[in-house]
Design a protein around this ligand. Structure first.
Ligand SMILES: CC(C)(COP(=O)(O)OP(=O)(O)OC[C@H]1O[C@@H](n2cnc3c(N)ncnc32)[C@H](O)[C@@H]1OP(=O)(O)O)[C@@H](O)C(=O)NCCC(=O)NCCS
Length: 189
């Protein structure tokens, strides 16, 4: 259940990867790639200040604010061979314990090796086997072929294309993908 994970976020394993919560100690690994503008081509923006200087991402600017426990999962993707954090994968925008969005980004030196597909498959298995979520969804600019392929390979169904809609910080044609618990169960059968 989502509630069981509000305080303690899990780590997940695959053959080549560990997905685990990030800590301030990961900032030097993130600094090697998170600030590269090529990652954000289809998000219509350049890397942000925090992405260029990831130490900032771990500083709580308003520590006195009491925050509700988050139901999001924000994993770092660790390349087991080196122990380095080479990517990020998030399950975010959880709505009414019912549906959530997925997002991911990877160090460009590691693109096209099936890494995010491997990570997302594991995250999907976790979500549908350990939480009550019924639907995962994702959006991708229709020119972002790598992201479209990742979603297809992980069993997401392309449900439609929004023409010149707003995605992240840009207006573009973007595809909406969804994966239902029932799709996932069928895929396993
Ligand atoms: C999208 C992204 C996460 C993909 O990660 P990845 O680990 O390289 O993806 P995978 O290797 O698992 O799969 C990529 C697939 O796309 C294909 N692909 C990649 N680039 C391609 C291109 N330019 N043209 C055609 N196919 C391409 C690969 O061949 C592979 O498909 P295949 O296994 O059928 O050959 C990575 O490119 C990235 O971080 N991009 C920037 C951030 C981003 O766009 N995030 C998603 C926002 S919606």
């Amino acid at each position: 259940m989502l509630k069981d994970y509000e305080q303690n976020k899990p780590s997940l394993e695959t053959e080549r990867l560990t997905l685990r919560p990030l800590t301030a100690e990961d900032a030097p690994d993130l600094k090697e790639w998170l600030g590269l503008d090529e990652i954000y081509t289809y998000w219509g923006r350049k890397a942000s200040k925090g992405e260029r200087d990831p130490e900032l991402l771990f500083i709580d600017a308003r520590p006195w604010v009491k925050r509700k426990p988050s139901q999001d999962f924000n994993w770092g993707i660790v390349w087991k061979e080196s122990g380095k954090v080479i990517g990020m994968l998030a399950i975010f925008d959880v709505q009414n314990q019912r549906m959530a969005s997925v997002g991911y980004r990877l160090h460009p030196a590691y693109w096209r090796q099936g890494i995010v597909t491997e990570a997302l498959r594991r995250a999907v298995d976790f979500v549908f086997s350990e939480t009550e979520l019924q639907r995962l969804e994702a959006t991708a600019d229709i020119r972002n072929v790598a992201s479209l392929r990742v979603l297809e390979k992980c069993g997401f169904i392309r449900e439609g294309t929004v023409r010149q809609g707003k995605m992240v910080s840009v207006y573009c044609d973007y595809a909406i993908f969804g994966l239902l618990r029932s799709d996932w169960e069928e895929g396993k059968a």
